[in-house]
Design a protein around this ligand. Structure first.
Ligand SMILES: *Cc1c(COP(=O)(O)O)cnc(C)c1O
Length: 408
């Protein structure tokens, strides 16, 4: 029996060579030239020069909340269907997450946002689930509603400048995705990517913030300020201070310590250079293999991949759904697949079903669509260097497990 894990990072010769370069040539371990090089690669790829690497998606989102003065008493809108970090970053800054149900493509339902907005709402964090972009134009239209804008209570100079709820895209999955011809990382006011081990491009742990602030902000000044704020509010990094005579620095504000080390950036840099031309197309081919195989079964509900308007996924996850299945049968099917050595997963257990959120009064019955999607969802492996041989094994295992399960 071949064992096929659910996820595997790209660690090949180019990654090893880049790491040797870091260890033996630059000899610099924390934030320095490799972080800058990774930021430049991402910036070039998405077409947005203002990219700042941090040590996780979560810390990047928290940094942006501090920047926008979001804290106790404030509310942040999140989709009910996401990984916990989307809500936890707000809670850890003292704010309260307000959950909104999702639509069939797993992304936040713009039609349900307005009812969730109060005078305390400061931010919305739509999530590009599986790498498929949310409907950003519809979200922007909701936020432009004069009645809703009238509710916004600005606290601090950045909230005054924006004059509305800020859109922070949870693009943890969607580096490389496009929405209506625009790259993720250029659409929302702020986009945060994750470079965690299971994501399309990884630095082990890491994240990247991309700024697309509207007119009224001094974009370069905000970018520089955020770099300083990601390093304890210190005006010079250790690398900059290490130059002869450059010892003096200042702490200009209460920052966080969320900078990315060069050691981590090294891995992501060696991957990122090949993302557009090989790593991303490879993922797309795997996604397409699954689509070709499963589209013959009417029990299989396939995840969205793209549409004619220039929207395209980054093919991070393959969110397969089994028509008509409930939790028990889905779990049975996963058990059978696992017994064949194939690693599958569920994205995600809705937050409202987890102890932390239940204890705080969130109830899954308030997000019925979210539950409908969750109860019959099975995520299939999708990562670079997954061979066609293995894809065939995975597909057969899933199809057989379905037959077994319906037999009862
Ligand atoms: C992975 C993930 C995060 C958190 O990313 P980290 O880099 O681990 O902090 C946030 N949101 C979603 C949807 C994720 O899948």
């Amino acid at each position: 029996m071949t064992s096929i894990p659910f996820s595997l990072p790209v660690i090949d010769q180019p990654v090893i060579d880049e790491m040797m370069d870091t260890l033996t040539r630059t000899g610099w371990l924390t934030s320095g030239p490799k972080v800058r090089a990774l930021e430049e690669e991402i910036a070039k790829f998405i077409g947005n020069p203002r990219v700042l690497c941090v040590n996780s998606w979560t810390s990047g989102a928290m940094l942006m909340m501090r920047w926008f003065n979001v804290g106790p008493g404030d509310e942040v809108i999140v989709p009910a269907y996401t990984y916990t970090a989307t809500a936890l970053c707000a809670m850890n800054m003292g704010a309260t997450p307000v959950m909104v149900d999702v639509k069939d493509d797993f992304t936040i339902d713009p039609a349900k946002i307005k009812a969730a907005v109060t005078e305390r709402t400061k931010m919305i964090l739509p999530v590009d689930i599986g790498g498929y972009p949310c409907d950003y134009d519809a979200i922007a239209d909701v936020l432009a509603d004069p009645e809703l804008r009238g509710k916004f209570r600005a606290n601090g100079k950045r909230q005054e400048t924006l004059g509305r709820i800020l859109v922070l895209a949870d693009a943890a999955h969607s580096l490389g995705a496009t929405y209506r011809g625009r790259a993720c990382g250029t659409i929302a006011d702020v986009t945060v990517f994750s470079l965690h081990s299971v994501k399309n491009i990884t630095t082990g742990e890491g994240g990247a913030i991309a700024l697309s602030l509207p007119d009224g902000f001094d974009h370069d000044a905000e970018y520089k300020y955020l770099r300083v704020m990601s390093l304890n509010g210190q005006t010079k990094s250790a690398f900059e201070k290490n130059q002869p005579g450059a010892w003096r620095y200042d702490i200009i504000d209460q920052g966080l310590k969320v900078n990315m080390p060069d050691l981590c950036a090294t891995v992501g840099l060696a991957q990122m250079r090949r993302y557009k031309d090989s790593l991303l197309p490879e993922r797309k081919a795997i996604f397409k293999y699954y689509v070709d195989f499963f589209s013959r079964f009417d029990w299989a509900v396939l995840p969205p991949a793209g549409s004619a308007d220039g929207t395209e996924s980054s093919y991070h996850l393959f969110l397969l759904r089994v028509r008509g299945f409930d939790e028990a049968r889905r779990d049975r099917m996963i058990q059978l697949i696992s017994e064949t050595g194939v690693g599958v997963n569920v994205h995600y257990i809705p937050m409202a079903m987890l102890t932390l959120f239940r204890n705080r009064g969130y109830r899954i019955k308030d997000y019925p669509h979210c539950f409908d999607l969750y109860q019959n969802e099975i995520s299939l492996p999708i990562y670079n260097k997954l061979s066609e041989e293995k894809l065939a094994v995975i597909c057969q295992s899933v199809a057989d497990a379905y037959q077994e399960t319906v037999k009862g």
